[in-house]
Design a protein around this ligand. Sequence first.
Ligand code: NAD
Ligand code: LMR
Length: 423
Amino acid sequence: MAERRVDPEDGATYTWDELSQFYNRKYKKKEIEAYWETCKPAKRTRKAKAEEEPKAKAKSKAKAKVKAKAEAAEPKAKAKVKAKAKAVPKAKETKPSGNFKVVVCGGCGGIGQPMALLMAMDKNVKELCIYDLDISPMPPAGVAQDLIHLERKCSVKGYVGKVNEPPVNFMEECLTGCHLVLIPAGLPRKPGQTRDDLFKINADIAKGIVEACAKYCPEAILAMIVNPVNSIVPAMAELYKKKGLDPLKIIGVSTLDVVRANKFVAEETNKNPNYISVPVIGGHAGATILPVFSQDKAGKLLPAEKVPDMDKHVQDAGTDVVNAKNGKGSATLSMAYAGARFGSAILSGLSGRKRTECAYCASTVTDLPYFAQKVVLGATGIEKVLPLGELNEHETKRLEEVKTQLKGEIDTGLAYAVANSLA
Ligand code: NAD
Ligand code: LMR
């Protein structure tokens, strides 16, 4: 029978497997091992004792031998591990949840509704606002009334804007005091269209909403889901800059590319996707999507001859959904999942628990002014834009292709910002 020990954190008893599984995502294996050593063995019943005695003796003899050997060989390393082990319970101290206000613009749409559901379940959300147009088949008040019944702390309210009128006329109460605005408002692709084809109409939609944010919540983080992300983010960030606001508050959501890369690697390598984290850099359209498989433990196991196909699979994943939906829209549910994952990471950062995610934003890590890469999300939003790290030969070659296409798409956004201004 597996040995059980008492975790001083909660007083409950655990086997090594249970304890290591519990702390697995928070601490390194060595730290957990050291912590296990500090946990006192659980009291056993007489019957269990009788059954375990012979085995336990042999085990503890062997253990003592290993311990003595380790002590002789590595006294310093052991002291380090011990010190780390002491830090384990401290690091587990819980901080209070945040009480943030979140707005979903386009909150009655294919992405908006399921993403609002997931955000309503986030422990950091105290107030959720659903904003959409009067022409939406589902009224925002309906989505709000539905979500309000969840057993969660957040209140939910719907707000309606009038089509062809500036959002700034309708969004004052909705945006005032808000911390995060998730923006999937805009048209999705149909089969045969590129994301670029959506630029003119979606940039104007985004501009109206960004204008209202600049007025009512200039400190909030604006997470742009609306396509084409590669051009809309530069356009809106430059408009923010023109207005004297921080362009890094405008962030392009490229999380779905990471989610897809992780899933495809998991399928190919037969590993658990929870432990896979493939950075996806560049942008969010076709060849600009560059999954860096070599920087993930499982991803780097892919045979070299499979990498180009896997790379293409991630690039084309959005189009695969568009084609499968046969003119009825693009990815909505997986995007809601990815958008909520990113939204939650932002709120986590704002509440003092830093998180690292990939995102498309103003950047100096390449010679392009906007790029997707890992960023550290902290108390003010993006705190750090991280360097690309080491790339292998395939990735280095692909980076050049990424930059060529992305440059044109960034330029489209920059030209829009020159021709327009926020009121
Ligand atoms: P949808 O048509 O189902 O929903 C869009 C919603 O936006 C609708 O409810 C519509 O009424 C609303 N809307 C339109 N104009 C508005 C305005 N001015 N103000 C407020 N609301 C407005 O579309 P969807 O499937 O939810 O996709 C939305 C956008 O997200 C598309 O542009 C799509 O290409 C993009 N998208 C991005 C990613 C990504 O990875 N970044 C993934 C999937 C989809
Ligand atoms: C996606 O990647 O699924 C989105 O960008 C939607 C699209 O048009 O492909």
